[in-house]
Write a protein that binds this ligand. Structure first.
Ligand SMILES: [Zn+2]
Length: 295
């Protein structure tokens, strides 16, 4: 952790875009023209965290930390109904930390929850399953697209997934059960489906059909499993895939072009907004949480 804070101020680094040696103090890479190739002196230490610059670890530990927090603020409300709902945090504690869906977004005006909900989970199996997928697919997306683009793809997918399920939950309740959205929704699966979408887009953009077909198959199979398992947010999955795919087709994210300085700045903005969405959720939700707890 502390190593992450150590800035390199002298010597050379490997340019993150073209892999040539560049002096740390160089503002622009003389080989490929990438701005700020040393990433303010953090290029080497970020690179030791993997292609994703540590983003996947951040998602994993962030989700685990928030899962424990949602359990601990309301220990009496923890439910254990069957293997699928082992160690489930209470609805009010999920609401407190930023669950999304028709109720938070349309009835409580907690619109920022479309961002926070991707970091919350509804049970031990739910979080284990999602984090295993992120750990598996995330580094691969980072390798193909770059760490900054990974963060952007993941964030947009979470937002679109949450948005779609909230809208469906509010307006599509006349439709058959299977097409219902969620009144309360949580989980990183929208982001995971977004990563699948990015890899399908990668196959189309680069012509690497093996990658595209493999992840298209994963997305379809997991999507169909969602229809036979109870309480799965199918709109969140569909929206996540759509968001991840659509953003990946924008030329600025073209995986054939190296990632630049601005991608990392946008990624940092995404991370700050995500953190804010959780902080605001807790601040705004505390009076409601207290009221629900005292009932
Ligand atoms: Zn370069």
């Amino acid at each position: 952790m502390f190593k992450l804070l150590k800035r390199q101020t002298s010597g050379s680094i490997v340019c993150p875009a073209c892999s040539q040696l560049v002096k740390v103090e160089e503002p622009v890479c003389p080989h490929c023209g990438r701005q700020n190739p040393s990433i303010w002196g953090f290029a080497r230490v970020l690179r030791t965290r993997g292609y994703d610059y540590g983003f996947i670890s951040l998602v994993i530990w962030g989700c685990i930390g928030l899962y424990l927090a949602t359990l601990l603020v309301d220990v009496g409300g923890i439910r254990n109904s069957g293997a699928l709902n082992l160690l489930s945090p209470s609805g009010r504690s999920l609401l407190l930390f930023g669950a999304t869906g028709a109720i938070p977004v349309f009835e409580l005006d907690r619109w920022w929850s479309v961002l926070s909900s991707g970091w919350l989970h509804g049970g031990l199996l739910h979080i284990a399953f999602n984090l295993a997928w992120i750990n598996d697919v995330g580094p691969f997306v980072a390798k193909l697209y770059g760490a900054g683009r990974l963060v952007l793809i993941y964030t947009v997918a979470c937002i679109i997934g949450s948005l779609l399920t909230s809208i469906a939950g509010e307006y599509f309740n006349e439709l058959p059960d299977i097409l219902h959205g969620a009144s309360l929704s949580i989980g990183a699966s929208g982001g995971i489906f977004g990563l699948f979408g990015a890899l399908v887009a990668y196959g189309q953009i680069t012509g690497d059909s093996a990658v595209g077909q493999k992840y298209w198959k994963y997305a379809v199979i997991l999507f169909l499993i969602g229809f036979i398992m109870p309480a799965v947010d199918n709109w969140g999955h569909f929206g996540g895939f759509l968001g991840g795919y659509a953003i990946s087709r924008i030329p600025w994210l073209n995986p054939s072009t190296p990632e630049g300085h601005n991608h990392l700045l946008v990624a940092i903005a995404c991370l700050i907004l995500t953190l804010l969405s959780i902080v605001v959720s807790v601040g705004h939700g505390l009076p409601l949480f207290m009221a629900l707890s005292n009932r």
